[in-house]
Ligand binder design. Structure first.
Ligand SMILES: [Fe+2]
Length: 244
């Protein structure tokens, strides 16, 4: 049986079964983060907080606004890719020693399709570093956490770099898995706005050239402020497996 987060908020032997229980959530509905309107498989959704609003909040010293209010559409899924590693450590800060790069603080809320925050949801992140390399021998830039009683998560990491791989040149992205207790796993990837500045790379060109990108999964980004970005992304997930 799936189990919720351990009392200490850390990992446990139950985590793997927690992560892998239930079928993978694959839907075509969109949660938007950039103010655009996207239609996927005939389903459309509209964002409520354009990036400019987020940036204004940041400049004014206000907390960065979260991504659009939940509209009940599930966050679109994406391929897991070959570099996921199970049993990542529990941590909210992926900037382990040796990890350099443009700092990114990412916050968000996990909602169910009724737009109710999901406490105790597992949120797993893995990504490449400032050179476009994944740590396949250890757990650098890999980790998982559980959402708070308000469904919130906070991640301290870096902006990843683009890399060339099996699917051509990949725009910078963060791999993510999200799962409510007992629910199906959402596997997706988060992207960066065209205006992102990091590593001297042209994010607009990289995004345009990535054939796997889903702009509906673009992080709302503010900054850089003092050399660091603040990002926001809310997930909307199914909490029960679809009926066969
Ligand atoms: Fe990747």
């Amino acid at each position: 049986m799936p189990q919720g987060p351990p009392a200490d908020g850390g990992t446990s032997r139950s985590r793997r079964s927690f992560l892998r229980t239930g079928s993978t959530s694959v839907t075509a509905a969109a949660l938007l983060t950039t103010g655009a309107v996207v239609s996927l498989s005939g389903t459309s959704a509209t964002a409520a907080a354009p990036v400019s609003t987020v940036a204004a909040d940041r400049r004014a010293g206000r907390p960065v606004a979260l991504t659009p209010a939940c509209d009940g559409h599930e966050t679109p899924a994406a391929m897991e890719g070959p570099l996921f590693k199970p049993e990542s450590p529990p941590r909210t800060d992926l900037r382990t020693p040796g990890v350099r790069g443009v700092p990114l603080d990412l916050t968000g809320v996990v909602y169910d399709t009724g737009c109710v925050p999901v406490p105790g949801a597992l949120v797993e992140f893995w990504q490449c570093d400032q050179n476009g390399d994944y740590d396949v021998s250890g757990f650098s830039l890999r980790g998982h956490q559980y959402t708070t009683t308000r469904g919130a998560f906070t991640l301290r990491t870096i902006v990843p770099r683009d890399y060339a791989g099996r699917w051509g040149v990949r725009a910078p992205h963060i791999h993510t898995q999200v799962q409510a207790p007992g629910g199906p796993v959402l596997i997706t990837q988060l992207y960066f706005p065209d205006h992102t500045q990091a590593y001297g790379r042209d994010f607009a060109a990289l995004n345009a050239g990535d054939r796997l990108i889903n702009r509906a999964c673009t992080i709302a980004l503010a900054g850089p402020d003092g050399g660091r970005y603040a990002g926001a992304f809310d997930f909307v997930i199914a909490t029960t497996a679809p009926t066969p």
